[in-house]
Design a protein around this ligand. Sequence first.
Ligand code: PLP
Length: 427
Amino acid sequence: MSDLEFQTDFRPDEDFAIAMDERDALKDFRERFFFPTIGGGDGVYLCGHSLGLQPKTAGEYIEQELKEWAELGVEGHFHAKNPWMPYHRLLTEQTAELVGAKPLEVVVMNSLTVNLHLMMVSFYRPTKGRNKIVVERGAFPSDRYAVESQIRFHGFDPATALIELTPLPGENCLRDAEIDALIERSGDEIALIMLGGVNYATGQAFDMARITRLGHARGCVVGFDLAHAAGNLPVKLHEWGPDFAVWCSYKYLNGGPGCVGGCFVHERHARAWDLPRFAGWWGHDERSRFEMGPEFRAMPGADGWQLSNPSIVSLAVLRASMEIFHEAGMGRLRAKSVSLTGYLEFLLNQKASAGFSIITPCEQERRGAQLSIRIRENGRAFCKRLAREGIVGDWREPDTYRVAPVPLYNSYLDVFRFVRRFVAAIG
Ligand SMILES: Cc1ncc(COP(=O)(O)O)c(C=O)c1O
C-alpha cells in the first residue's frame, strides 16, 4: 500500500474525500456489512466503538448451526460439519493473531466482565502489605464495579485499596510520566495494575508495553481491558507480557450485541496449576472431560479458565466477522485508521468553535479510531437531534460525544458528511 493511498495531508473539500475513497484498497469491505437505515438511509454510522455493524455473512453462519441442530440434535456436538465440542477453537488462530498472542494464550468465552472476574480470582492475590489495584479515573463502570467488589471480597476497603490514576488539573488525559511516577512511588503496595488499553471515554491509548515493564519491575501483576483496543490497535500481548487481558467482540470486532468475549493469559501462567481459579467443566482436560470424573484437571493455557460450553450461535457470528477481519488485516486497517481519524480531526479543527473541543490525544500513537468531542452546552439534546437524522455517534455523560470512523467499513465521505452535519447542527 503506497503512502499516497492513506496520506495524511488533507484538503477540506468533498472531492478530496471522494478521491481518497477511490484509491482506498480496503473500500470493498464496506459492502460486506449492513448499514442501519435509520434517518432514511442518508445517515452516517460512526459508532463501531460501541456496536460494530453486522457482517452480511453472519446470517449464513448462524443458519448452518441451526440447520445442523435441527438435523443432528445432540449428535452435533461431535458430528456437525464443525463439531460444537471444539467449536471455539475455530477462532483461536485468528484471535491469537489479532492480539499478538500464541494460540495457547487465548480463548473466546463468556463476556468481558465475567472474564475480568475470572482473571482477578487468579491474579489479584492481595496481602496485607500489597493489596492495591490501580485503575484509570473514568474507567468503564463495569470494570470499576468488578475491581471494587474483588477488593471487598478479599476483606479490603476500596477507599484505601483502589488507586485512581487521575489527569493533572485542567487536563483530560493521563501523561505517561504520571503513570510512571505512581508505579515508582507505590509499586510495593500495588497488587494489580488494571487499565484499559484505550480509555472508553477519552479515547486515550495507553502504552501497554511500558506499563507492563514498569509494573513487573516493581512486582505488580498487570492486566488490561482491551474492549476499545481489540480490533482497533495493533496489540502484541505476548511480547509486551501482561499477565492477562480481556475484551469484548461486539465493538471493532463486529460480533453482534452481547457476543462472546475474549481472554488472554500469558504463557508463563499456562501450567501454573497452583493458581487459584474458579473452575467449570469446559476448562477441564478435554481428553477426559466426558468421563465426568469428580476431580478437576485444568487444560493448559487460557482454555483452562473456561467454565461452560459456549453459545455456538454467538461463536458462529464471531467466526463470520473474524474471517473478514483476518482478510483485511490489522496492519492495513491501522494504516487506514490513522489516516481516517486524522482526516476527521483535520475537518473538525477547520471548523473549530467555542461550542466543542476534541479531548482525545492528537498524537496517533496515543489514540485509536475514536475521537471524543466535548460539547459545551446541551450536548445530550444535540446528540439526539443528530441521531434522528441518522448521524450515529454516542453520548457519554456529562459532556462527551464519541465518534469512531472504523477503517473496515467507514469511508472518507462518511467522515466528510458527518462533519458537515455536525458543524451545521452545533452552529
Ligand atoms: C471498556 C469496557 N469495559 C467493560 C465493558 C463491559 O462489557 P460486558 O458487558 O461485555 O461485560 C464495556 C462495555 O461496553 C467496555 O466498554
